[in-house]
Design a protein around this ligand. Structure first.
Ligand code: ATP
Length: 296
């Protein structure tokens, strides 16, 4: 028996090691794929924001293409004054999420510039820029690790109490407690599978814990049930209080209070204004609004 036990036990150790390194490799490849696109300038400086005060974000005549043969953004200009919310709407593929990727500097613009408090993002260290931005993506990728690790990702020094507080504010605490291992339950591809809404709540808790002054919400395209959606919207609105927020919206009902709404089509801003102004203009936005009201 012991002869069998030792090799099996050894295999168990190796398996755990391989699994761990695969998990880390997953992360490494994701990060590498993104990091390769841009590099810090030799004289890059850190973004310094006094007292975490919400900064102004500006897109100034931005041009961008993933592939030179296919331009995606054409002369896009807008400003989000510190502490305000700008929402972007438009058909699938019009370039909305690309705006978020450029702000986070996964890619560099090919024309114009993006600034935070007047600093071109290309002049800043990526690390400092990204520390000031929180993204709640459409579809949160969870690491193959515990739910506590997944919430604390972005602020690894957080205490368990802080993690639980963030989870409570994101209304996912009770759900976590009901899982077999509580905060130590493994989640992700190889762990407990979470629904779209639960994953978004983990992302909200993660963002609450990171507490950055700039937020990007990329609304899920896949429909959550309407009670869940309303609850998540209310949580996002609470998280966004006093911050500089870019919302990429699919449902217009969630952005009626935005300070400015940009309507994008084929990489261009074709209309802009507040919800009442856009309705009064009776253009593309008003048409989208009527259509969504009718569907609702
Ligand atoms: P949705 O509402 O469906 O999320 P979107 O308006 O956010 O769409 P983007 O994701 O910004 O659209 O994409 C704009 C265009 O850029 C699309 O035509 C898309 O196919 C293309 N695109 C997006 N990511 C890449 C990439 N990594 N490489 C090449 N093309 C890309």
């Amino acid at each position: 028996m012991i002869q069998l036990y030792i090799p099996l036990n050894f295999l168990g150790v190796i398996y755990r090691e391989i699994k761990q390194s695969l998990t880390d490799l997953d992360k490494m490849f994701t990060l590498m794929a993104r990091e390769r696109e841009v590099a810090d300038a030799a004289d890059a400086r850190p973004l310094l924001i006094k007292d975490q005060q919400a900064p102004a974000v500006r897109f100034d005549h931005v041009q961008f293409a993933y592939d030179p043969a296919r331009p995606i953004l054409h002369d896009v200009s807008f400003e989000i004054p510190g502490g305000q919310t700008v929402a972007v709407v438009g058909p699938s593929g019009s370039g909305k999420s690309t705006l978020a990727r450029l702000l986070y500097r996964f890619y560099d613009v090919q024309g114009g510039r993006i600034t935070v408090n007047g600093h071109d993002v290309r002049s800043l260290t990526q690390d400092s820029l990204r520390r000031h931005i929180g993204i709640v993506p459409q579809d949160t990728v969870l690491f193959n690790d515990t739910v506590a690790y997944n919430i604390a990702y972005g602020r690894p020094d957080a205490t368990r109490e802080q993690v639980e507080q963030a989870a409570k504010a994101a209304h996912i605490h009770d759900f976590i407690l009901a899982t077999p291992g509580g905060y130590d339950t493994m989640v992700g591809e190889r762990g407990l599978k979470l629904s779209g809404g639960e994953k978004q709540r983990v992302a909200i808790a993660r963002t609450l814990l990171k507490n950055p002054p700039i937020l990007v919400f990329d609304e899920a395209t896949s429909a959550l049930d309407s009670a869940n959606e309303r609850a998540i919207q209310a949580e996002l609105a609470a998280v966004g209080q006093g911050k500089t927020v870019l919302v990429i919206a699919h449902r217009l009902s969630t952005i009626v209070h935005a300070h400015e709404i940009l309507v994008m089509e084929q990489g261009r801003i074709i209309e802009r204004g507040t919800h009442p102004q856009l309705l009064a203009a009776n253009g593309r936005y008003a048409q989208m609004w009527r259509l969504q009201q009718h569907e609702a």
